[in-house]
Design a protein around this ligand. Structure first.
Ligand code: CAA
Length: 240
């Protein structure tokens, strides 16, 4: 029986590339999404990968969504916590809602998905969890206290859960993407984005597939000795 993987936010952007990379690895993939039905339908038609709709920031909805995936496809062995949103703005103009929504979805989503899947992985003695952090969680970013805090939290979450999973064959790692040519980055005002790209040593935005290849490695059998690590894929924009 093939292993089952869930990719949250898996029908668009970086998540879409990750869903395809895990399918290429031979996994049966379920792509979660929260809002865009039209895009999810087109994604399933184009790829044959089933899409499941729920809000990963909603604890009960996540438990129910994962239960549905398991009823349809079997136990989940691989989770990629990719779903994320931005609500950028300088702190003095940021609303509590914009703070809370980003923490709820980006960081809360990781907790909710882990609660739904980690106990099963632990019992079966094998699992892969990859959390998508961000360069902006490592280095901070003007106008993103909410997003930087959530992504930074993801890096701490990863290292803590990795310690709990290690002796049960469950690895937990993070990828910290830099600026990738997705809709999320396209929403950054052009003059601001130009200045950011000028600071990327490789001289360009990254591609979603370049993140997906890193995720695929961390989800593979070969990566069993890699846990609690963060792989930065950012064109050299932030090194440490
Ligand atoms: N450092 C210092 N000052 C900065 C700055 C920076 N990085 N960016 C902007 N400023 C300054 C501006 O120069 C300006 O100052 P002056 O008025 O003195 O000229 C002031 O801050 C206000 O700037 P804006 O006109 O841009 O202010 P705004 O309120 O219209 O917009 C903002 C603020 C929404 C934060 C906007 O600057 C912005 O969108 N910035 C980009 C944020 C960003 O990088 N988001 C990443 C999204 S993609 C992502 O998050 C994926 C990932 O993981 C990488």
């Amino acid at each position: 029986m093939t292993r089952v993987a869930i990719v949250t936010g898996g029908t668009r952007g970086i998540g879409e590339a990750i869903s395809l990379a895990l399918k290429d690895l031979g996994y049966t993939v379920a792509a979660n999404y929260a809002g865009n039905d039209e895009k999810a339908k087109a994604f399933t038609e184009a790829t044959g990968i089933a899409a499941y709709k729920w809000d990963v920031g909603d604890h009960e909805a996540t438990l129910a969504g994962v239960a549905q995936v398991e009823a349809d496809l079997g136990p989940v062995d691989v989770v990629v916590n990719n779903a994320g949103i931005t609500r950028d703005g300088v702190l003095h103009r940021m609303t509590f809602e914009n703070w809370n929504e980003v923490i709820r979805v980006n960081l809360g989503g990781c907790f909710n998905m882990a609660k739904a899947t980690f106990p099963g992985m632990r019992e079966r003695g094998w699992g892969r969890i990859v959390n998508i952090g961000s360069i902006n969680g490592q280095a901070g970013q003007y106008g993103q206290v909410n997003y930087a805090a959530a992504k930074s939290g993801i890096h701490g979450f990863t290292k803590a859960l990795a310690q709990e999973g290690a002796k049960f064959g469950v690895t937990v790692n993070a990828i910290a993407p830099g600026y990738i040519d997705t809709e999320m980055v396209a929403a950054v005002p052009a003059p601001v984005l130009e200045k950011i790209v000028a600071k990327i040593p490789v001289g360009r935005l990254g591609h979603a597939e370049e993140i997906a290849r890193g995720v695929a490695f961390l989800c593979s059998e070969d990566a069993g000795f890699v846990t609690g690590s963060t792989m930065s894929i950012n064109g050299g924009q932030h090194m440490y």
